[in-house]
Design a protein around this ligand. Structure first.
Ligand code: AMP
Length: 489
């Protein structure tokens, strides 16, 4: 029986948004990986890491902060020798800022070393962790990704592929994985395909290399060619001789790609599951203009994520589009706001009103989502202070009423404005003359389906509907305990 918990055993594992990348068969695999992670930086800015393999040995570097800082020195990248490498961009919100949670995670097995990068969240990691700890496993991190390593270690023998498959059979939830073994780079998507993963090819003087990445923008940066999306439930195995094999260990499940990737999370220049993210956002904006038109003088996006939807809204409504809010791109997540007085300036560190486009006008602000409502409240006040005659707000997602358990950082229900208030109440709280969200059917129409119902529902939209496609094992289970180790880095 357990008397103490080495770490948090149930439920309170880290919620992470992440970008992953891997390459096989390239003489500068680590440098390519650093570039790929840089292109995926929007998926996680808190920490990053690369593990490479040189045919004999693994090499690793993990650090807090941005890829451009962590991998800026040639001496760091140069030490990561080998033709195969994988990497990870991480953004975690709850606890565990220590390096022990920075990926790729690494472990030694009977078959040799093994590194893993994970995007997504498991919904039964807490329960599995509890079982594994009871059997004597010693966890080193609070990340649910580590569950994969212990499930592989306790699997009934077999090679790396067999052990991975056995681990996958036990986990529930969202996982796109890229793993590195002495002989392979392996890409995996969970059977519902919550998070993206693409396969690409790069021709160089020394031959053909293959690439796995969260999004196509990471292929573009190294001039790799997009081959295809990794299928939900598929395992793609890359070998040093240029081999690419596909294993499908699962019965096909219903596809449930995260619709919020299209709305906010993915980069607009990426093509995800066959659709351009930019075009999807523009279509959503146009559909929003059809559903909730408003008489106005100017359409203004909340930059950057509201821009494509605002272009679509303006195009459909015939109202001019202007950059009425300017974003400062040099505000990092780690910007220190030293005193309360400075802190209360809040959003102006990031956004400022462009008075020339606002004063005396009826303004429609277009943003992708309202989560807690703090951003909208501050932006609306700023636009009113700049002399807007009327301020209307249009949101290119349905109201966010439920948390995500699959890898998007949406807070618990009690903190979600749309969970607590009606649209009319939200309008009053935010201080707008009118507020409208795209309807769930409107969103599906913009994505090319007639409406949400029936077989056309190929997305996970739980944050808007509460319809979770997997059991939420941890969240209906058990007591929460916190990690015994508090770590400063
Ligand atoms: P809030 O102030 O909490 O209402 O934040 C809403 C803003 O945060 C929107 O303008 C989005 O662009 C952005 N946003 C929405 N979801 C996320 C997320 N999961 N991670 C980071 N930013 C987000």
């Amino acid at each position: 029986m357990l008397t103490t918990d080495p770490f948090d055993l149930y439920g309170d594992t880290l919620r992470e948004e992440c970008g992953i990348f891997g390459i096989m068969g390239h003489p500068e695999a680590a440098a390519m990986t650093a570039l790929g992670l840089h292109a995926l930086q929007h998926r996680g800015q808190e920490a990053c890491g690369i593990v490479s393999h040189d045919g004999e040995q693994f090499h690793a570097h993990r650090a807090n902060g941005l890829v451009g800082d962590a991998f800026s020195s040639q001496s760091v990248v140069g030490q990561l020798k080998g033709n195969a490498a994988i990497g990870h961009d991480r953004y975690a919100t709850t606890g565990g800022a220590g390096l022990r949670n920075v990926q790729p995670l690494f472990a030694d097995f009977e078959f040799g070393g093994f590194a893993i990068s994970h995007n997504g969240n498991l919904t039964n990691a807490g329960r599995l962790r509890h079982q594994l700890v009871s059997r004597g496993c010693l966890f080193q991190s609070t990340s649910d990704t580590e569950v994969f390593l212990h499930l592989m270690a306790t699997a009934r023998g077999g090679n790396v592929i067999d052990r991975l498959v056995e681990a996958m059979r036990q986990v529930e939830g969202a996982y796109s994985l890229i793993a590195l073994s002495p002989e392979h780079v392996i890409g995996i998507r969970d059977p519902m395909g919550f998070r993206p993963l693409v396969l690409g090819r790069l021709e160089t003087a020394s031959g053909t290399s293959h690439v796995l990445a969260s999004e196509t923008c990471a292929l573009d940066i190294i001039d790799a060619e997009f081959i295809r999306d990794v299928e939900p439930g598929e395992m793609v195995v890359l070998t040093a001789d240029g081999g690419v094999s596909s294993i499908k260990p699962f019965q096909p499940a219903e596809r449930r790609f995260c619709i919020f990737e299209y709305i906010y999370f993915a980069r607009p220049d990426s093509v995800v599951e066959g659709s351009s993210v930019y075009e999807a956002r523009r279509r959503i904006g146009a559909e929003l203009a059809v559903e909730s038109p408003v008489e106005a003088d100017v359409i203004i996006p909340v930059p950057d994520s509201g821009v494509p939807a605002a272009i679509g809204f303006a195009g459909q409504s015939g109202v001019p589009f202007e950059l009425g809010i300017i974003r400062n791109h040099y505000v990092g997540r780690t910007f220190i706001e030293p005193t309360d007085q400075i802190r209360h300036l809040g959003v102006r560190l990031k956004h400022n009103a462009n008075r020339a486009m606002i004063e005396g006008r009826r303004v429609v602000l277009v943003d992708d989502s309202i989560v807690r409502g703090t951003t909208s409240q501050k932006i609306v006040k700023m636009v009113r202070d700049a002399g807007a005659k009327e301020v209307h707000m249009r949101i290119s997602s349905p109201p966010t009423t439920n948390p995500c358990f699959y890898g998007i950082d949406t807070p618990e229900k009690s903190k979600l404005l749309a969970h607590n208030y009606s649209v009319e109440q939200m309008a009053e709280l935010i201080g707008v003359d009118s507020l409208a969200f795209i309807s769930i059917d409107g969103l599906y129409r913009a994505m090319g389906a007639p409406k949400r119902a029936g077989n056309a529902r190929q997305f996970c939209d739980a944050c808007f509907t509460g319809d979770y496609p997997t059991p939420l094992t941890d969240h209906t289970a058990a007591p929460r305990r916190s990690s015994a180790l508090s770590e400063r880095v």
